[in-house]
Design a protein around this ligand. Sequence first.
Ligand code: GAL
Length: 389
Amino acid sequence: MAGAIAANPLGNTPQMGFNTWNSFKANYDHDIIHDVASLMVSLGLKEAGYNYLLLDEGWSDMERTEEGSLQANRTSFPDGIKPLVNRVHGMGLKLGLYGDSGILTCGFRPGSWGYEERDAITLAEWGVDYWKYDNCGGFQAMTHTPQERFMTMQNALLRTGRDILYSVCEWGFQFPWHWGGNIGHSYRMSGDITASFTNETGCPCKTAYCLNTGYAGCSVTSILRKMREISVYQERSHWLDMDMLEVGVGNMTIYMQQTHFAFWAALKSPLIIGADPRELGGVSLEILKNRDIISLNQDPLGLPVHFIGSAGVEGFIQVWAGELEAGNVVMVFNEKSYPQDVSVSLKDLNLGIDHPVRARELWSGESWGKISSVETTLEAYQTLVFRLA
Ligand code: GAL
């Protein structure tokens, strides 16, 4: 594994970027993408580390070319993908596209089943940097195991010789964290996220080990719940992907947005913005650009936080903790819709802490001096994030 990383640093830390799906669905075009690219730079997102601009479902035509190659939608991207890639590269960003391991994508555009080699070569020729690969697409493809379908494309991408980050999107179907490390640079572990803590619109699976993963409508808290069981499988260059961020989407409170972002960061999920950059501003933008929280995600050690059930109160207060290259991180989350007092002793966190340690809370930026416990009141859905020296 270490050799593979040295040879290919792609995915060494979780990828960061913007994806069209949460805000635009399949309704976007060349002009919108140009605006988004400019905004990623002018809003300071690129500088904060968000360097991938990802075109999800919607960029491609309903038909392949006569020769059988993928092609851009001729109305919304009349110049094709290559000039767009060149422009995006010229801005210091990278470009990604979406496809599917079946005959069709979820939006009934051409999938890559049987065309893997050809499509990988097309992506490389266009200069594409990132390939999100989905799991919809037709009965015939579903008769083959996901391992086979996703590995065929992985091998095809590798054979192109181009560094293309491979983002597997099969919603945790058949528990990919048990397939071994060799699955994409990242892979989804749940159905699609929705911008809510409590109101799920689908998502029948409430735990990671459930056969009906559902397709969409998973709340932030449901996805977090599943990570309790599988954070131990988080691995450098094969990151468990908790889905795109809903910070700046819908009506989540500031505390909800902070909590969502902090857990995605500390659990080492890819950080992919889903909000429309044309409407992104104020507190949501500040949350997404918080360097202290981003540094948890990009920490060189690459280890996630883990759920410490014994330190919290089931159904009320969650405590998560983990190691950083320098020090530790502790998160205390009030999962209720009303304020709660909390008391968490640092010696109970499996971090080997047996004396007071210097602590800084990352959302407020305030030093708490040397502490041996966290005693405070949390607002509804608030998470305090402590970096311990
Ligand atoms: C889903 C996928 C979403 C989005 C959508 C596009 O399967 O999980 O993230 O890509 O397809 O149709």
